[in-house]
Design a protein around this ligand. Structure first.
Ligand SMILES: N[C@@H](CCC(=O)N[C@@H](CS)C(=O)NCC(=O)O)C(=O)O
Ligand SMILES: [Fe+2]
Length: 366
């Protein structure tokens, strides 16, 4: 089975794709975005995947790639076109190269036109292809900067993409209207720039008159991407919280595990957001915990110190996740959720005040 996720970066309208072979866990990510690496790494970890490659469809002009950051985090190899001009990759790809992930693979097709190093990645069974900024849904990438060339793009689309089966689904690197996917058959018929009977001259005329402003980040993105997204200094990579060992979830919440909280217990404020009867109920509560039920938290944030980190706690870790959101909105910064809540805290044998012995708690008697 193939695991497939389409991820989006709203500021740049970029799609990032995660593909994995479920059986072996081998995964590739196509076009990761620098600012989304924490999110993408969390998903890879939660799905239990091993990132083999970070792939670029091209040297992007509108955002910085997350490839270098992902390599630091996961040890994956960075790969992009041999025609990209980029330094710092582990593998430089050419036509018909195969990028394997577990038992699956992507085949490389050179689709120059937007840049001279543009690639399209075709899944082994030809059921999907990742067209980068060559073919978009009912559009194409622009050809007016980097090594843009409308003639090359026309030929790339016709020779390398429209030769795939009509049923092959096409996933672009961007969409500016919210469209997510198309197919070869659809674009052959309906692409307004080069579908149907539209010839190379017609296409070139269209592309010469797009009249688009240059991407806002062009001057920052291209040099950074020519180094596969390696920052000039390490500052940008050290912004993770340091007050405890935390995990960032794909849901967007920083979490601390029971062992981590035990180590930090004296240094943090523990805020238990359950109802009073639960606080005094069979699960007990953590020594020193401050009881503020979730429904009262927004009005009672004044009771909390802004000088010490906060760990939120509830029964199973759900309400306390929402508590971190409320606290962040109230201006607190060092906040984490106790993963698994009191249920996991007790299951892992940590001490509580009040409460009953585990064997007397219904939730633990199977
Ligand atoms: N306004 C966007 C422009 C993005 C842009 O130019 N995107 C390129 C791909 S890197 C493109 O081909 N755009 C086609 C289009 O906007 O129709 C920005 O500032 O980032
Ligand atoms: Fe691009």
């Amino acid at each position: 089975m193939l695991i497939f996720r389409q991820l989006f970066d709203p500021p740049s309208s970029t799609y990032t794709y995660l593909l994995a072979d479920e059986r072996s866990g081998g995964a590739v990510i196509i076009d990761p975005v620098f600012e989304q690496v924490r999110r993408d790494a969390a998903l890879i970890e939660e799905l239990g995947l091993r990132l083999v490659h970070a792939l670029e469809t091209h040297v992007h002009a509108d955002h910085v790639t997350g490839a270098w950051l992902l390599k630091q985090r996961t040890g994956c190899r960075i790969a992009l076109s041999a025609n990209s001009g980029a330094e710092g990759a582990d593998r430089y790809l050419v036509q018909d190269d195969v990028v394997a992930f577990g038992g699956r693979n992507l085949q490389v097709r050179q689709t120059a036109g937007h840049t001279s190093g543009c690639l399209t990645y075709v899944l082994d069974d030809r059921s999907m292809a990742f067209t980068g900024d060559c073919l978009f849904v009912r559009g194409t990438g622009r050809t007016d900067f980097q090594e843009g060339d409308p003639h090359a793009m026309y030929r790339s689309v016709h020779q390398q993409i429209f030769t795939l089966p009509d049923s092959c689904l096409l996933y672009p690197a961007h969409d500016y209207r919210g469209l997510t996917v198309t197919s070869v058959g659809e674009e052959r018929r309906f692409n307004p720039r080069l579908g149907g009977e539209i010839g190379e001259g017609d296409f070139t005329g269209y592309m010469m008159n797009l009249r688009l402003a240059h991407p806002k980040k062009l001057d920052v993105a291209v040099p950074a991407n020519l180094k596969c997204g390696r920052p000039e200094s390490d500052i940008a990579t050290t912004e993770d919280p340091r007050w405890a060992v935390l995990r960032y979830s794909f849901a967007g919440i920083w979490e601390i595990d029971p062992h981590g909280l035990e180590e930090q217990a004296r240094a943090v404020q523990i805020v238990d957001v359950r109802e009073p009867q639960e606080f005094d109920g069979p699960l007990g509560h953590i020594h020193g915990a401050i009881l503020i039920p979730l429904g009262e938290l927004a009005e009672r944030v004044g009771e909390l110190s802004r000088d010490r980190p906060i760990v939120t706690v509830c029964r199973a870790g759900g309400r306390s996740a929402q508590a971190t959101v409320i606290l962040r909105e109230a201006g607190f910064s060092d906040i984490a959720n106790l993963a698994g809540g009191m249920l996991r805290w007790r299951a892992e044998g940590h001490a509580v005040e009040g409460g009953s012995a585990l064997e007397h708690i219904a939730e633990y008697s199977i």
